[in-house]
Design a protein around this ligand. Structure first.
Ligand SMILES: [Cu+2]
Length: 239
């Protein structure tokens, strides 16, 4: 439906027959639901080309989509930006090998020959976060640059094709697509609706500090939502 509308609009504007947004072989990505704001996933990493990258993924108050906070600090000035970043298919390899992470999370088989159209995010690769929400700014090479948004197509539910918790990773690229940093997405916190929480194998590092993020839903924005101590502790475990 959207495809038809976009194509028609472009045809009207240009007088040409142009396909504006390519969608997946398996169709558009559906908007995800039932993403609990009590579930927190994180990815924290550094490399010789980036001092730190921190991602925090939680559900939303209405359960639609995944709320993402991300901060990038100290990108090596020799690396040209702005910087694309994505959810990739596999875990980081031994010694921080980013090639091992494979391709972008793309359960609807959209491919990446045609660039993501941010005005039609449902047609983009699910893992193409910077395609949908913008690349990381050059500010990340001068200091810290943070962003926050809800992506409606990622899922925190293991039975969803767009689930990010089953051994996925984040890869940070320079503008030429070279992989200059990567880290695994790990479960940081999961609380059942009964009020109790149970630690996962990956959550033990948070037990001595504040929770990585307060469970208040989608109203929080900015880096202040990140409890750096807990996140750094997890990062240390991954080293
Ligand atoms: Cu990538």
């Amino acid at each position: 439906m959207h495809f038809f509308k976009s194509a028609a609009t472009v045809a009207l504007l240009t007088g040409a027959y142009v396909v504006s947004a390519e969608t997946g072989e398996k169709g558009d990505a559906p908007i995800t639901e039932n993403n609990s704001d009590r579930v927190v996933y994180e990815a924290v990493f550094s490399s010789s080309n980036i001092k730190s990258a921190r991602f925090n993924f939680t559900g939303t108050e209405d359960g639609v989509g995944v709320l993402i906070h991300a901060c990038f600090t100290g990108v090596n000035a020799s690396q040209p930006g702005p910087y694309p970043y994505h959810v990739h298919d596999f875990l980081v390899g031994p010694n921080g090998n980013c090639t091992a992470t494979g391709a972008h999370l793309d359960p609807y088989l959209r491919g990446e020959v045609t660039a993501c159209d941010a005005d039609a995010p449902e047609t983009c690769q699910v893992g193409d976060l910077s395609g949908k929400h913008g690349k990381a700014s050059l500010e990340a090479a001068k200091g810290t640059w943070c962003t926050s948004y809800v992506d409606k197509y990622l899922s925190l539910n293991s039975d969803d094709e767009a689930f990010i918790g089953n051994e996925r990773s984040i890869v940070f690229h320079n503008v030429n697509k070279t992989r200059i940093g990567c880290g695994n997405i790990v479960l940081a916190k999961e609380q059942m609706s009964g009020g109790g929480s149970y630690p996962s194998a990956n959550a033990t590092a948070t037990s001595t500090g504040e929770p990585p993020i307060a469970t208040g839903g989608a109203t929080r924005v900015g880096a202040s939502g990140l409890a750096l101590g807990a996140i750094l502790a997890i990062g240390a475990m991954l080293l």
